[in-house]
Design a protein around this ligand. Structure first.
Ligand code: B16
Ligand code: MG
Length: 219
């Protein structure tokens, strides 16, 4: 396989905003007296804001109108936006910046494929905008992960065929999106949740350009 582009997920790959999403959902769930813990939160990773809210509300018994759901989602987002104000370059996950730089030095195109409507703010705060040739977020696509649209849109904008792209994800729904797009998938996290990935690494400190090339060659 020839690699011409690397497409990154944001939350859980470049930085750990997953923790801020957790805190904001947890506060909302507590207020609604709905049980919510870290294990349940795993299922929300990579899902859109509204899909995440639906799953949380299913855990309670109260019905909510469409309007109420919009208000609840907006409330969670306001809290989340307060939390991400604190983000700075020191919040880049271990090894990510050097990997992104290695990829650029190798002359490979790069993109971001995020389910988050806050992606632009986060990458600006992390100061990695220059290391990304294109940014595709939830505001630019119709279907969320596990649909491949966000990854296919990034590949299209980079003018690279999906079969020459590597996608990097921490969520099961995201790995599914990468595989459905016909790309090579790197999963960051536990093999238990990311079994569909072509290569699973425990955390981003294990991500190096040489190892990735080696893995792809051995396929
Ligand atoms: P927002 P990613 C995803 O981002 C998160 O993993 C997921 O937990 C979140 O619900 C989703 O973004 C929507 O985020 O509420 O900011 O639009 O992992 O695809 O970068
Ligand atoms: Mg993610």
């Amino acid at each position: 396989m020839k690699i011409d582009a690397v497409i990154y997920d944001l939350d859980g790959v470049i930085t750990d905003t997953a923790e801020y999403h957790f805190m904001a959902w947890k506060a909302l769930a507590d207020e609604l007296h709905i049980p919510f813990d870290r294990s349940f939160n795993e299922q929300l990773k990579g899902l859109s804001r509204m899909d995440s809210l639906e799953l949380i509300l299913q855990q309670g018994n109260e019905p909510f109108s469409e309007e109420e759901k919009q208000l609840l989602a907006a409330k969670k987002n306001e809290h989340y936006q307060e939390l991400i104000q604190k983000i700075s370059p020191k919040d880049l996950l271990p090894g990510v910046e050097s990997f992104m730089k290695e990829v650029k030095r190798a002359g490979i195109k790069t993109g971001l494929a995020s389910a988050s409507k806050n992606a632009q703010t986060v990458i600006e705060r992390l100061q990695v905008t220059d290391l990304l040739d294109t940014v595709v977020d939830a505001a630019k696509v119709e279907k969320g992960k596990p649909d491949p649209e966000v990854f296919l849109t990034a590949a299209d904008q980079l003018d690279v065929p999906p079969s020459h792209c590597v996608g990097i994800e921490d969520a099961g729904s995201g790995v599914q999106a990468i595989k459905s797009a016909g790309m090579y998938a790197v999963g960051v996290g536990s093999k238990e949740f990311l079994s569909q990935a072509d290569w699973v690494i425990a955390d981003t400190s294990q991500l190096t350009w040489d190892d990735l090339i080696q893995r792809i060659r051995e396929q």
